[in-house]
Design a protein around this ligand. Structure first.
Ligand code: SF4
Ligand code: SF4
Length: 417
């Protein structure tokens, strides 16, 4: 197969966007190998809902200069899960191509006032810890007035955080707090702190906010960069003071932080600092895998049969960061039985703002995912991203938990303090 020829429309020729888009689109040879890995194509069975179909639509837009609502809708349906990237022989960076194209379309094509209001409301509330906490409180208070999708989300129970270790330790890492996780899953970072404390590492918090992924995927790149710069300023004193790593318990944020260096490469004030932040990022699974010495912390055999766990690897972990098999090995070492699931590469439908903006598609993807996860009689689903956890929990018949909480409980049973 050869590369597909096309010429930029005059309005894109010699523009930074046109030049970048042409270079990325030129990589695609239309082979279609990515299609089988695309959750929306598998659900809807239409070419235009596949990566190749979306690339063809984007090519048409850059060649004709015409932006229409069909294109916008097809691109909105994409989860930015990047499952297609893992399969592509030409290494087309689909996620980035989508982000730059969506930002352009957003500036050209007005949406309905209802959609604009919803999108603006999300961008003004979700990335801010305090505002999100207040919105959640009000949502619970007025749950009857909410849409079924939002009602189901706000009604989910929230586990208490439990104690945060305060023993002095020589080694220090920083845990990413982010925006929604403190309200939806305060127990996750506390569990991570307790686990790392057993390895002699103190986990401290910082004053950062939203990582910026939500704004970027909602076609607001400047807003995303503003979040990123603010985070760098907030964390820099701790970076200079010598923290060993920035530990991520939410893989969605982790995938975005790994791109800070690239996304701010042209900013003379922030490029070097952004690159340093990227270098410090570690998913909690990478830290546990590197630090857990079984000769010092062995897990005694369980009394009964081990719990059967279905592992749901978030797209941002497996496709976004290329971390595969690490959590699975940790859970097996901790004595859990992992069930085999079909199509583990498929997205659950959460995808940041997607489950709110595209509720019907997100629900369809969730049901398909739950079918594959629960087909093997799992008694629990483990995941590594708060968005997936909440989205799946809305209709899962079994509990959905972050895997670090399971490890924390296993350690606490094996060696109570
Ligand atoms: S990013 Fe995910 S949903 Fe979008 S085209 Fe690729 S595989 Fe499909
Ligand atoms: S696998 Fe890559 S080259 Fe082939 S159609 Fe998909 S994006 Fe294009």
């Amino acid at each position: 197969m050869s590369h597909v020829e096309f010429e930029l429309a005059p309005k894109f020729a010699n523009t930074p966007l046109g030049i970048e888009a042409e270079e990325l689109l030129d990589k695609c040879i239309d082979c279609g190998q990515c299609m089988v890995k695309c959750p929306t194509f598998r659900l809807l069975n239409e070419d235009e809902e596949s990566p190749r179909g979306r690339i063809q639509l984007m090519r048409k837009m850059y060649a004709t200069g015409v932006v229409d609502h069909e294109l916008q809708q097809r691109l909105d349906h994409c989860l930015t899960c990047r499952s297609c990237e893992a399969m592509c022989p030409e290494h087309v960076p689909f996620g980035h191509l989508l982000d730059i194209t969506k930002s352009y379309i957003e500036s050209e094509l007005p949406r309905s006032w209802r959609t604009r209001l919803l999108r603006l409301g999300m961008r003004l509330v979700v990335p801010f810890r305090g505002r999100f906490g207040l919105a959640l409180f009000l949502g619970r208070l007025f749950r009857k007035q909410l849409s079924p999708t939002l009602r189901a989300k706000v009604e989910l129970p929230v586990a208490a955080a439990g104690p945060w270790p305060d023993q002095p330790r020589k080694r220090r890492m920083l845990v990413w707090t982010g925006c929604v996780q403190p309200s939806l899953g305060p127990s996750i970072n506390a569990a991570a702190a307790r686990v790392l404390d057993r390895f002699g590492i103190h986990l401290e918090t910082g004053d950062e906010g939203c990582c910026g992924a939500l704004s970027l995927h909602m076609a607001a790149p400047e807003e995303s960069l503003a979040h990123m710069r603010r985070n760098i300023d907030a964390l820099w004193p701790q970076v200079e003071a010598g923290i060993e790593a920035i530990v991520m318990t939410s893989s969605g944020c982790g995938a975005h932080l790994r791109d800070y260096g690239k996304l701010l490469a042209d900013d003379p004030r922030y490029a070097a600092k952004a690159q340093r932040i990227t270098e410090l990022v570690r998913d909690i699974a990478e830290v546990v895998a590197a630090e857990w010495r079984e000769d010092l912390l062995p897990i005694p055999p369980r009394a009964g049969p081990p719990p059967r766990i279905a592992w749901q690897s978030p797209c941002s972990l497996q496709h976004g960061q290329g971390i595969n098999g690490v959590v699975e090995n940790i859970l097996k070492r901790a004595g859990f039985k992992l069930t085999l699931t079909d199509y583990p590469f498929l997205c659950c439908g959460s995808a940041g703002s997607y489950s709110v903006l595209e509720p019907e598609l997100a629900a369809g993807l969730r049901e398909a995912k739950l079918k594959t996860l629960l087909g093997t009689r799992a008694t629990l689903i483990a995941t590594g991203n708060i968005g997936c956890q909440h989205h799946l929990a809305v209709s899962s018949p079994v509990p959905v938990r972050h895997w670090i909480e399971l490890l924390d409980e296993t350690f606490a049973e094996a060696w109570p303090h």
